[in-house]
Ligand binder design. Sequence first.
Ligand SMILES: [Zn+2]
Length: 299
Amino acid sequence: MTKQPDDRTVGDASIPETMQAVTCSGRGFENVRVEEVPVPRPGPGQLLARVDAAGVCTSILKLLAQGPDHAFINGWDLSRWPIILGDEGAITIAAIGANLKGQYSPGQRFAVQPAVGVPPICHRERYRNGGQGMHKVAVGYSLPGHLAQYILVQEEVIQAGCLLPLPDEAMASFAVSMAEPISCVYSAQQRHWHLLKDGPHAERRPHVGLLPGGVAVLVGAGAMGRIHAELALRFRPAALVVCDLQEERLDKTTEAIGEKARCCGVHLACVLPDRVQAITRELSGGRGADDIILAVGVP
Ligand SMILES: [Zn+2]
């Protein structure tokens, strides 16, 4: 991972005619391919951006299973108008549509929020019933995705405020491209709460997040699981038990957050499933887990 964004030049002159892109032209992996496609030129209300980093998300599996029946695709004929995949990315503005001059400048970097909360604006005729009743579109679905060298940022993304400026220009592009999965995990933890009572006569009060001083169990130490583990530390549980079938993932978790857990005063135990029950009982004094997070792809 590099700390600095790279210094490839940005500007109309450096934009090539074609680029490599991961396209999808129907259901199933057999319709996913890496292709040489034209680099789009932005319309008056659009931007063209260079993709600096992109994530591969398991939501692509649902898209490949459902094809045109996916809610974000809504009847769009993928064989006629193949899409560019990739909902997660970090981008740098390369060219600016006439109506947006002055509002954006070449070289500006953004994270992209892929769930775009506006009805379709471009290519409405390609959706079922002209896109009527749609309140949301998505990047990497009917809006061009990040698994390409350049991305066309359409009006929908701009109108919905889905270009997120970086809080720190030195942020690594890889980290920026993780904004969407991190925000999913953050929002899941913020929707989880406890009702606490400070004394026998006290009012119950809600506490958002994991129980401070409690024992949390996290099942699944894949990419999302490890983000969960790191964000869980902010609630300062007394112990965090992380379990996975693969020892390699447990080692990665220890490597990634072991030191941070120590600094936060959280006892981190990364164990195979056969040890979860015993260690949870031991760490909680027989009480069991206060919080359980399931971060497994298969129910
Ligand atoms: Zn995603």
